[in-house]
Design a protein around this ligand. Structure first.
Ligand code: BES
Ligand code: ZN
Ligand code: MN
Length: 500
């Protein structure tokens, strides 16, 4: 059994072993594995290593460079080369950076299986394209696709520890690699946090992680427990946490990278386990609710990357952490509680707890002087029915902010879709005996959930809610996503504050 006290050791021991270290090189000598990611047009490209051989093979196998195709050639040569791995990318003009990111994610696992001591990755599209988006996507795919969550295994068999190098002539390559490494480390940091079960990650552990990060990166860090929340009358957050023996924590990190810019607040749902509370969930799949802090992991992962990249912006990350448990001290369905902004909430379902913790957290973000608020949460199962497992939903009061998130997501490789929020939808969350209902039932569940949170954001503040209920974990390994936590949100939020 893993004790909570072991968590730091687990983290430090395993973190840097989980993924590939990527470096740049400008020569192709002395590798035992060479990996080529080739478009169909590359078949006649003479700058590729072993271009004559490639051409001859492609003449025999017409599908060699089709998208999704992989083949390996085994060598027994005096030069030490043991294997060439070829990944097809299809037509060059159709290839987007995100296609390359996915292909690189697949290829990385082939690389790890080949077990070369020194592996060279060569992708002409990333060597020659000068907007860097392809190089960036290649690096991110290689690193993210190599992720494994193995820190709870007592022994990890066959860990890959070879050197992987990417061929590049770009003079900026080292900067691009440094940035890709920071971003991917932060995504993997978030994935680890989400993949850890509820007995290992409790609100206190989230707070410990945040504190450790703030010390390393020089961030301002504040952690509020029950007493401080009572002082601030955060009745909604307290109501969710009070069924559990674990104390809820409201974590605030601040990064100031610019003297006179506005502050943007990133607010994450951090339910370390969601049993449903007294409105208890059915047995099937309840264990998946250990991922119900993926929003909090995303905002903490994002501020980690933003601070490490030293981006010229001001960011507040707030993680609203609690465990949602049934007990003699738990909130009951029917209870009426008062949130920090003074609004009263009739608790229809104790399983609609995410919007309750976020109610007080977005209010707190406004008190911290945020001029823009984005909240991110595994808020509903309804978002899976609406949009599936590839797209996150947005509910917002601001067209520009939505556009910014959607466009940042396109660059980052994450999909978003805005849902309408008509004034009529707000009627559904009105209570007869209190100000608001915490659930309006199944119709438009993503929208009413989002609008509920919007009721606690100060008027006139641009706000967007992102529902990652369907995208926080992947059902199977595919491309740069590995079965389990995806780390969704980190890349988009970093890209958003970067702004280009
Ligand atoms: N954390 C869940 C949402 C969830 C469920 C995400 C399954 C991913 C998969 C959330 O707290 C919840 O229980 N939501 C309820 C809301 C309802 C009671 C209004 C839901 O979606 O059923
Ligand atoms: Zn939940
Ligand atoms: Mn719930």
């Amino acid at each position: 059994v893993l004790e909570n006290t072991n968590i730091m050791d687990i983290l430090h021991y395993n973190f840097y072993n989980n993924f590939l270290a990527v470096k740049a090189v400008q020569c192709i000598e002395e590798n035992d594995v060479i990996t080529l990611l080739l478009t169909k047009e590359d078949i006649t490209n003479h700058e590729i290593p072993y271009s004559d051989l490639i051409k001859r093979l492609a003449d025999k196998d017409k599908k060699m460079c089709d998208a999704g195709n992989t083949c390996s050639i085994v060598f027994d040569s005096a030069s030490g080369l043991k294997k060439i791995i070829i990944t097809g990318l299809g037509d060059a003009e159709k290839l987007t950076p995100n296609d390359l990111r996915k292909a690189a994610g697949e290829t990385t696992r082939t690389i790890m299986k080949a077990r070369g001591e020194k592996t060279l990755v060569f992708s002409p599209v990333a060597v020659s394209n000068n907007d860097h988006m392809y190089l960036r996507a290649l690096l991110e795919g290689l690193i993210l696709g190599s992720y494994e969550f193995n820190e709870c295994k007592s022994e990890v068999a066959n860990k890959f520890d070879g050197l992987v190098q990417v061929y590049s002539k770009d003079i900026k390559v080292n900067d691009i690699i440094a940035e890709a490494n920071i971003l991917c480390e932060s995504i993997i940091w978030a994935r680890n946090l989400v993949n850890r079960p509820g007995n290992i990650v409790q609100p206190q552990n989230m707070a410990d992680e945040a504190l450790l990060m703030s010390e390393k990166l020089g961030l301002e860090c504040e952690i509020l427990g029950t007493d401080a929340m009572r002082e601030k009358a955060m009745g909604a957050l307290l109501a969710v946490g009070k069924g559990s023996d674990a104390e809820p924590k409201l974590i605030t990190l601040k990064y100031q990278g610019s003297v006179n810019s506005d502050w943007i607040a990133l607010v994450g749902k951090g339910i370390t386990f969601d049993s449903g509370g007294i409105s208890i969930k059915p047995e099937a799949g309840m264990g998946e609710m250990k991922d119900d802090m993926a929003g909090a992991a995303a905002v903490l992962g994002a501020i980690r990357a933003i601070a490490e990249m030293k981006l010229p912006c001001n960011v507040i990350a707030i993680a609203a952490c609690a465990e949602n448990m049934p007990s003699g001290t738990a909130t009951r369905p029917g209870d009426i509680i008062k949130a920090a902004n003074g609004k009263t909430i009739e608790v229809v379902s104790t399983d609609a707890e995410g919007r309750m913790v976020l109610a007080d957290a977005v209010w707190y973000a406004c008190r911290q002087g945020a001029s823009k608020v984005i909240d991110i949460a595994t808020l509903t199962g309804a978002v899976i029915i609406a949009l599936g497992n590839e797209t996150a939903a947005i509910v917002s009061n601001n067209d520009n902010l939505c556009e910014e998130i959607i466009s940042a997501g396109k660059t980052a490789g994450e999909n978003y879709w805005r849902l309408p929020s008509l004034p009529e939808c707000k009627e559904a969350i009105k209570s007869d005996i209190a100000d608001l209902l915490n659930s309006a039932g199944r119709p438009g569940g993503v929208i009413t959930g989002g609008l509920f949170i919007g009721e606690f954001v100060d008027e006139n503040i641009p706000w967007a809610h992102i529902d990652i209920g369907g995208t926080s974990t992947a059902q199977k390994t595919n491309g740069y996503l590995v079965k389990g936590a995806t780390g969704i949100g980190v890349a988009t939020l970093v890209q958003l504050v970067k702004g280009k």
